[in-house]
Ligand binder design. Structure first.
Ligand code: SAM
Length: 258
């Protein structure tokens, strides 16, 4: 099958890494496992070897779906759909899912936010992304890669940067290297009163990452709202703030806005 660029089809050909990614998910017999973008089945062939309650795969390319159906038949349930339109909570059926995927790189961030939006229905996700994106997701304050992806993801999940995979392990060879991360989603997020506001504040702050919060948040909140925050916080730039600091800012502003 001719790999399609528009679906980011770069297939992982190295069996060592195929197994290493699957092993990172620590699948238990009672788990419902969902694979995003199975392609020709590089990871799927290993997932079906491990006892689990169910293995569901989500693939947009009809040609791959036919191939997977021939290859794995009743061993898997195939959903031929754009992953961004899949309701993960409907798949979970009460038990949080384990997700795995060598992601299509052109939609990594939308997929990440889609998972975050379903955090209560996802236990863990082991994802391969472009190395630079994995670094941005895992970055800590003060690091040049620290930004919207790092702060928002860290509010919803414990993040582990697992290992890197060089571009030569794929066909066709992509222009970038890859890395695998694990996200263990929190069951509940109790310490942020208003998650939408949290995301709005983080985005606004990092959209002007060289400016102080007084300046960036001043574009979306009135002065009297900002003055509810400590002056020392307002003088900081977003890259200096921890996730806890963003949570604090959100909760203070949320109280004033109510
Ligand atoms: N898992 C395979 C592997 O490791 O070799 C394929 C990974 S390839 C990087 C990404 C896969 O995601 C492709 O099979 C592609 O068709 C599929 N894909 C792309 N966009 C998608 C979408 N919106 N929804 C579901 N699958 C998608």
């Amino acid at each position: 099958m001719r790999p399609l660029k528009r679906f980011s089809q770069n297939f992982l050909t190295n069996p060592f890494y195929q197994q290493k990614i699957v092993d990172a998910l620590n699948i238990e017999p009672e788990d419902v496992v969902v694979e995003i973008g199975p392609g020709q089945g590089a990871l799927t062939q290993r997932l079906v070897q491990i006892p689990s309650q169910r293995c569901i795969v989500i693939e947009i390319d009809r040609r791959m779906v036919e191939h997977l159906d021939d290859r794995f038949g009743q061993q898997i349930k195939i959903i031929n759909q754009d992953v961004l339109t899949v309701d993960f909570c409907a798949l979970a059926d009460g038990k949080p899912l384990k997700i795995i995927g060598n992601l299509p790189y052109h939609i990594t961030s939308p997929i990440l936010f889609h998972l975050i939006d379903h955090y209560q229905c996802v236990a863990q996700a082991v994802l391969m992304t472009q190395k630079e994106v994995a670094r941005r997701i895992s970055a800590s304050p003060g690091n040049k890669d620290y930004g919207i992806l790092s702060v928002i993801t860290r509010a919803y999940a414990e993040i582990d940067y697992l290992f890197e995979i060089k571009r030569g392990n794929f066909f066709p060879t992509p222009a970038v290297d890859s890395a695998v991360i694990s996200l263990k989603f929190f069951k509940e997020i109790k310490d942020i009163q208003n998650l939408d506001l949290f995301r709005k504040i983080v985005r606004s702050a990092f959209n002007f990452r060289r400016k102080t919060l007084k300046n960036s948040l001043g574009r979306i909140f009135e002065e009297k709202v900002l003055n509810s925050l400590d002056q020392s916080i307002l003088k900081k730039r977003p890259e200096q703030l921890t996730v806890d600091a963003f949570k604090h800012i959100t909760n203070v502003i949320d109280k004033v806005l109510k």
